[in-house]
Design a protein around this ligand. Structure first.
Ligand code: UT7
Length: 408
């Protein structure tokens, strides 16, 4: 990692967002589509949540890792930074590819980010802001220069499609930002992270962990699906979003009036409106896109950030707040002084170069897998090299041939 090689870190290092990207499955599932599978209505979903449609990863090859990789590649493209420059990949997710290895490691491999550490961060819908806070810390302390922070989910794989309380809410997708060390003041100014584990049962996937390992019974009784007490989470969310925003602003020496744009976790329009009303923020300062994607958990904030930038909602020197809440219970808010101008045009040849690099990363990964297998197959269980065993066997066979010939 950068800065781990004995050099002293410069006095002031700021963590600036210099790249951003999103990845969404192609398949759109509308509220009307859901009317066909559960007892719900477009009217109920719209009025209670604001959601009109969501994206669902119907292709089994589209996973949390592939969406995360696409979003991260888009962020590298915007920043015009090669994957080899990454020092750390933080992948926030509640629907990881596996219990282990981490989805972050799979993304690291797919990007060919050979100098990067990688891990998963589990803080549910607040995870992306947790990741930004960690990334900022790594940069500020000189331990990393380039940190990729990703939020990625395929919640459709852990949602009970016969449970109308939950299945209408969630969607799949990923968003990513590249944080880079900069001497320019600003970037991530402050972060507030919170947790109240006493509310752990309010939003939970009960089985599949060490508490309740997978059995035929846990599968049969649907214990691997997400369960939620919607009303309790709603009450918690409307209180905590306003509180956490105020705290993050205070830490950054900013007031509500200084906020140019707020990107709240895209869970429910009513939660957002009620929280923002408490803060006294006018609608034009609030970014919302949940009508198109539903609640994509930890991916919702980086997807919304990417769209806000694409819609020119941010300009240099703007004060941005991002605030999330979710299972845990957890919450997180950050205040950011935006410094990066809109999308810069990288030379065209660069995108070809990057595709080639990703192709090479794939080949490298396959080669490493292959060589590990070959290496493994060359050693016997007793730890003896197969070449030695083979040579002994050939010698014995030759000897037996000689003896047979002598007998004849
Ligand atoms: O990322 C964090 C994740 N979680 C959240 O953000 C969720 C926070 N909670 C919420 O967004 C809201 O509580 C919900 C959208 C989940 C529910 O809205 P609500 O206004 O709190 O509704 P409710 O749970 O009080 O249910 C009202 C009624 C119930 O019927 P009865 O008991 O009044 O007859 C539900 O059974 O609506 C019924 N209902 C539905 N009806 C049609 C619940 N889900 C549905 C549905 N379609 N999909």
């Amino acid at each position: 990692m950068a800065g781990n090689n004995g050099r002293y870190a410069p006095m002031q290092r700021y963590a600036q967002i210099i790249g951003w990207g999103k990845a969404l499955p192609d398949r759109i599932v509308t509220n009307h589509d859901l009317e066909k599978i559960v007892d719900t209505s477009d009217e109920w979903i719209r009025t209670r949540t604001g959601i009109q449609q969501r994206r669902i990863a119907v292709d089994p090859n589209e996973t949390t890792a592939t969406l995360a990789t696409r979003a991260a590649r888009a962020a590298l493209e915007v920043a015009d930074v090669p994957a080899s420059k990454l020092d750390l990949i933080i992948c926030s997710t509640s629907s990881p590819e596996h219990l282990f290895p981490s989805t972050g490691s799979l993304v690291q491999d797919a990007l060919g980010a050979t100098s990067a550490g990688a891990f998963d961060l589990s803080a549910a819908c607040s995870g992306f802001v947790y990741g930004l806070s960690l990334g900022k810390g790594m940069i500020a302390t000189g331990q990393a220069d380039n940190v990729m922070v990703i939020g990625s989910e395929t919640l459709s794989r852990i949602v009970d499609w016969s449970d109308r309380d939950t299945c209408v809410l969630f969607g799949d997708g990923a968003g990513a930002v590249l944080l880079q060390a900069s001497p320019v003041p600003g970037g991530v100014l402050s972060a507030v992270l919170g947790s109240d584990g006493s509310g752990g049962d309010l939003l939970i996937v009960p089985a599949g962990g060490s508490r309740q390992p997978a059995t035929l019974e846990t599968v049969a009784s649907g214990q691997h699906f997400a369960k939620m007490d919607g009303r309790a989470v709603f009450r918690f969310a409307t209180r905590i979003m306003a509180e956490a925003t105020r705290q993050a602003l205070e830490k950054a020496n900013l007031s509500i009036d200084d906020v140019d744009l707020i990107i709240p976790h895209q869970a429910n329009e009513r939660i957002i409106q009620s929280s923002m009303k408490k803060l006294g923020l006018p609608p034009e300062k609030i970014f919302m896109n949940l009508q198109y994607y539903g609640n994509t958990s930890t991916a919702s904030i980086p997807i919304a950030l990417t769209e806000a930038i694409e819609q020119n909602r941010l300009k240099p020197n703007d004060n941005l707040v991002m605030v999330g809440f979710g299972a845990g219970l957890t919450w997180a808010a950050t205040a950011i002084k935006w410094a990066t101008p809109g999308v810069r045009e990288a030379p065209r040849w660069r995108s070809g170069q990057r595709s080639a690099e990703y192709g090479l990363a794939r080949m490298r990964s396959r080669f490493l897998q292959f060589s590990r297998k070959v290496e493994g197959s060359l050693i016997t269980e007793e730890g003896e090299a197969w070449s030695a065993v083979l040579s002994k066997r050939i010698t014995a066979w030759r000897q037996s041939q000689v003896e047979t010939q002598e007998e004849e």
